[in-house]
Design a protein around this ligand. Structure first.
Ligand SMILES: C[S@@+](CC[C@H](N)C(=O)[O-])C[C@H]1O[C@@H](n2cnc3c(N)ncnc32)[C@H](O)[C@@H]1O
Length: 296
């Protein structure tokens, strides 16, 4: 009882925080990581890329990270900047699989950065993998510092995404590539405040109005920041749709999932109470991979 009163207090404090970056970090610190990740080995906080309906949550998180690295053309020896890195699982993956010179990763949520820094120390990679608390819209790096700048399922929150594009452009070397995986509305006239299910409350409380545009709007803002060859491709049939089938399947028949920890079933039963309404809201959203180049 006391703990749920405290949780309501923390939620109200988070959603009423005026500073947008602080509001987001308070919202992302609401879930207890022991519950949030009880069903998996990784700590990805993205929707994931689901190859087919047998994909697991761990595989989906890893697959979307691998897809972004390939789309942004990661190569051996590069300097990479990852913004909105969360617990940094994708950075550990990229360090091992893509062999960059170094990765700097930034997130506004201190708890996530502390977790990522702890893991980097345990794995002995702090000489090449650097985690910082900070914001994607004001970067502590000189012009022309990186070959790649990426944001995996995070730029929707940045205040604003266009400011992040400008900062990414500044810190990229000529010929460098920006890559994002991101959520946007299919139709920008969809009211953002209309997202009412607990599962989508982040759209109501943690996405600035300035970021609410569709694929054409996304490409236009990339071009305004100076990028060329921008592409914004929908991958929603491998993201939102299978993600919905996976979680709504659990919500509709929890007894068919005795393998899942009780705390996960409890969260699903709270957040997925109304699967039809979630589907209705999800049908308004696109999930895209965007790639653009700073002219050489
Ligand atoms: C959906 S999570 C994705 C985390 C990670 N990229 C992943 O795929 O697991 C979005 C992340 O963006 C971070 N974030 C939101 N606004 C930010 C900002 N202005 N600067 C840096 N990080 C931000 C949040 O704290 C959160 O960790």
């Amino acid at each position: 009882m006391l703990s749920s009163v405290k949780k309501i207090g923390r939620t109200v404090r988070a959603v009423t925080t005026r500073n947008p970056d602080q509001r987001i970090s308070r919202l992302y610190e609401l879930p207890d990581p022991r519950h949030q990740f009880a069903d998996r080995a990784t700590r990805y906080i993205n929707i994931g890329y689901w190859a087919d309906d047998s994909t697991t949550v761990d595989q989906a998180g890893e697959a979307v990270a691998a897809m972004l690295a390939d789309a942004a053309r990661f190569e051996v020896g590069q300097d990479i900047l990852d913004l909105g890195c969360g617990y940094g699982d994708q950075d550990f993956l990229w360090l091992e699989e893509k062999n960059p010179r170094q990765i700097h990763a930034i997130d506004v949520t201190p708890r996530q950065i502390e977790g990522a820094q702890r893991r980097a120390a345990e794995e002995g990679v702090t000489d090449r993998l650097h985690f910082h608390v900070g914001t994607a819209t004001k970067l502590p790096f000189d012009d022309w510092s990186f070959d790649r700048v990426v944001a995996l399922d995070a730029a929707l929150h940045f205040h604003t995404r266009a400011d992040f594009f400008r900062e990414a452009y500044r810190v990229l070397r000529p010929g460098g590539v920006l890559g994002t995986v991101d959520t946007i509305p299919l139709d920008p006239s969809t009211p953002r405040k209309g997202f009412r299910t607990p599962r989508f409350s982040l759209y109501r409380f943690a996405v600035p109005d300035e970021n609410w545009y569709d694929r054409a709007g996304y490409a236009a803002r990339l071009a305004e920041a100076g990028f060329v060859d921008g592409t914004v491709t929908s991958i929603r049939e491998h993201t939102w749709e299978p993600w919905y089938r996976y979680w709504s399947g659990i919500a509709q028949d929890p007894s068919a999932h005795p393998d899942l920890p009780p705390e996960v079933l409890e969260t699903v039963s709270k957040e997925w109470r109304d699967t039809d309404q979630i589907k209705g809201e999800l049908d308004l959203l696109d999930y895209v991979v965007a790639i653009a180049t700073k002219p050489a």
